[in-house]
Design a protein around this ligand. Structure first.
Ligand code: SF4
Length: 370
């Protein structure tokens, strides 16, 4: 605990007593409750949040900031659902709809990705009406053959539960088939915001909050790690965000199966909620800070580069972020991480991290330092 700094806060007449008690708990490494999380969002100024989040982060990760050499494979943007916030989904006959066959993927891997030793391959997809469990297994097996040593993080609770239900396969059976095919971990997408009143408005059709939690618990019990996420900056309140993180924290206490947490910012382009606009940078930083403090059993908090300008990424590293994940080039459907067309990802991200007086470290799929 940094007693000097805590004494400064203690003497500060502007800081409310309730906030002082929360600050003391955080600096003593004690867990804060939901009401305290909401108060932190509402009342702590941004300088104080940075100080607290950085202290919480450093106690877990020192000055290290992780980044990975990943290959992202996007199988399709065709989705049976139509979430109002989604900027991505298309219907089967839309002109910009795409879906990769195993033959397409084989060719793409040979021309674009087959010559590199990626430490992590990330496969994702919307819920395509024609996708099957066998197709998913073939895709994973193909990737595994191409990259025998790579860590494969694939799919999400949303598309997997859609397929398992369609094919009447139990969660445990489906997971075990994918594990045999070569899946090492599952993406954290589809969590959005767990509160039913908000979910009904932003993604009413897809997997329910309890199902998302249950699905990830089943993954963890089957020996498959997964990531966690939250979509913020739309119609939710601080109360909804804290409730969301609380449910993730409870599951993490039970299973310790989550590898990382990412907050995805709602983006206003090309969707039915555009009139809401987007959260400003200060709100992103506030959110990263409270997430770092509240999710005290998550070691890694990720900043998703496409969500933030490169110039703002270094700032996030003073607000509880300890991992930067790369951007995407939607022009091709297989892409490597990149923040700039002119520089390789690892050198660009390394510069960003060093600028923040932190230490860049390449990670593997389990977020171990390489
Ligand atoms: S399930 Fe995912 S891809 Fe499909 S509409 Fe919703 S957010 Fe978009």
């Amino acid at each position: 605990m940094n007693l000097n700094l805590f004494n400064i806060f203690k003497e500060d007449k502007v800081v409310a007593p309730a906030l002082k008690r929360i600050i003391e708990k955080i600096l003593l490494g004690q867990r804060i409750n939901e009401d305290e999380g909401i108060l932190l969002y509402q009342s702590a100024d941004i300088g104080m949040l940075s100080f607290l989040a950085d202290a919480a982060n450093q106690s877990k990760n020192g000055h290290n900031v992780l980044h990975g050499q990943s290959l992202h494979i996007d199988l399709s943007n065709v989705c049976v659902y139509s979430c109002p916030f989604c900027t991505y989904c298309q219907k089967l006959n839309d002109t910009s709809a795409f879906a990769l066959s195993t033959k397409n993927l084989k060719e793409l891997l040979q021309t674009r990705g087959g010559d590199k030793n990626y430490s992590e391959i990330v496969i994702s997809s919307a819920c395509h009406p024609d996708h099957t469990l066998n197709y998913y297994k073939e895709i994973v097996a193909l990737v595994r053959r191409t990259f025998p040593k790579a860590f494969i993080r694939a799919f999400s609770a949303t598309d997997l539960s859609y397929i398992f239900k369609k094919e009447k396969v139990s969660i445990y059976n489906g997971i075990s088939q994918l594990k045999l095919a070569g899946v090492n971990a599952v993406n954290g997408g589809g969590a959005e915001i767990f509160s039913n009143e908000i979910r009904e408005k932003i993604s009413p059709e897809k997997i329910k909050p309890e199902e998302w939690i249950d699905f990830h618990e089943s993954l963890h019990n089957s020996g498959i790690r997964s990531n966690a996420s939250m979509l913020y900056g739309h119609i939710e309140s601080y109360k909804h965000r804290v409730d969301h993180m609380s449910r993730l924290r409870t599951l993490q206490d039970r299973t310790h199966g989550f590898l990382s947490f990412t907050s995805f910012k709602y983006k206003k382009e090309n969707n039915r909620l555009s009139s809401l606009g987007e959260a400003p940078l200060v709100e992103d930083l506030r959110n990263f800070s409270v997430a770092r403090i509240f999710l005290d059993n998550f070691q890694h908090q990720v900043a998703f580069a496409p969500m933030l300008k490169a110039s703002n990424l270094s700032l996030t590293l003073s607000f509880g972020i300890n991992c930067i994940e790369g951007a995407v080039n939607q022009g091709n459907k297989v892409y490597t991480q990149t923040l700039s067309d002119s520089k390789p990802y690892s050198s660009m991200v390394g510069e960003i991290i060093l600028k923040s007086k932190k230490i860049p470290k390449e990670r593997d799929g389990l977020y171990n330092v390489l």
